[in-house]
Design a binder for this molecule. Structure first.
Ligand code: GLN
Length: 335
């Protein structure tokens, strides 16, 4: 009799636990579906075209995903198409520099202040004594590539590629057409690399660094990869699926702080004001936001606003963060 009661009690507890798990799952999926449905027909902005091939990516593609620190996936829309990671790669290479040399190297050799200026600003280099200013604008990201400890160009790339792949949990490839298209038009980034070198704030050969940086930006990822990369940060530096540690848990807060203050360039204040989450955007149309210790929200949609940030992606992430009440400073409203 006693055993029967115990078994029945246990069954009840299990059912309740399952129901909680399920209702949480249902919530995440429902919120992702709702954000997808609400913003998929938004018809504002335009693909980046200063990298000519990006203008040819179909503008209507849209993907939204939540990946939790346990590796659960809740997705809607485009999950397979491989787009170029572009500037979303920047925090991950800053992470590699932190892993190799500690966070102090990022602070002293690159900088951690937001510029309040566009991602490709040359003026920021003249205005700020740090020159590179922070690792999420082009200047600081190019400096980060130059800081990776490597004995050759091939080895520099191998490490950056290995690190991005470890974050995603699978071997990523370079979209060679994007690389060629971007490198052939890299006059602005070449100017930045040379200016940094001139000021002693680039730590390897400028043209070599530029090639590796451009290769990094041309790495192909899909929306799900981006969610996994963010979930690795949400999971304190361990990829939730492979179990591989990519960054020491002690350094994750520093990385997220830079994403919070500079992830959207001259729109970073507006982003924190409205979404309240550390995040990073790229001109390929990707955005990843991190809810520390819990999950990542990633989106892909090519049309950008003036600051170079994906319009549907920003709106979807803001909406999800609002609905789930996960803004770092309290629950922001969903729109
Ligand atoms: N590779 C791009 C560039 O250097 C990245 C810019 C971005 O995504 N904002 O211009």
């Amino acid at each position: 009799m006693m055993t029967k009661v115990l078994v029945a009690g246990l069954a009840l507890v299990l059912a309740a636990a399952q129901a909680v798990g399920k209702s949480q799952q249902t919530d995440y999926q429902a919120v992702v579906d709702a954000a997808y449905a609400q913003f998929k027909d938004v018809d504002e902005g335009a693909n980046a075209d200063y990298i000519p091939i990006l203008a040819t990516v179909p503008s209507d593609m849209f993907g939204v995903v939540i990946v939790t620190r346990q590796g659960e996936v809740f997705s809607a829309g485009e999950m397979d198409y491989e787009f170029s990671i572009q500037s979303v790669s920047k925090p991950f290479t800053a992470s590699l520099v932190m892993a190799q040399q500690g966070p102090a190297a990022v602070r002293t050799k690159i900088g951690v202040e937001p510029t309040g200026l566009p991602f490709n600003s040359k003026m920021a280099l003249e205005l700020y004594s740090a020159r590179s200013v922070n690792p999420l604008v082009n200047a600081g990201a190019i400096a980060a590539v130059s800081l990776v400890e490597a004995d050759s160009e091939a080895n520099r790339w191998e490490q950056i590629h290995g690190n991005l792949s470890a974050y995603a949990g699978r071997e990523l490839s370079v979209l060679e057409e994007v690389y060629t298209s971007e490198y052939e038009e890299s006059w602005s980034n070449r100017a930045i690399a040379n200016l940094l070198y001139n000021y002693g704030r680039l730590y390897s050969d400028p043209e070599e660094t530029l090639r590796v940086y451009t290769r990094q930006c041309s790495t192909g990822i899909n929306t799900l990869d981006l969610g996994m990369m963010g979930a690795t940060l949400a999971n304190q530096g361990v990829n939730p699926v492979t179990g591989k540690r990519v960054l020491d848990a002690a350094h994750v807060p520093e990385l997220l702080a830079i994403m919070a203050t500079a992830g959207f360039y001259d729109e970073s204040g507006e982003w924190m004001y409205s979404a309240g989450l550390p995040a990073k955007t790229g001109v390929g149309g990707g955005i990843v936001a991190v809810v520390p210790g819990r999950f990542a929200i990633a989106t892909f949609s090519p049309p950008l606003n003036e600051a170079g940030n994906s319009i549907r992606g920003m709106r979807a992430i803001r909406h999800i963060a609002g609905e789930l009440g996960v803004g770092l400073y309290g629950a922001n409203p969903s729109e």
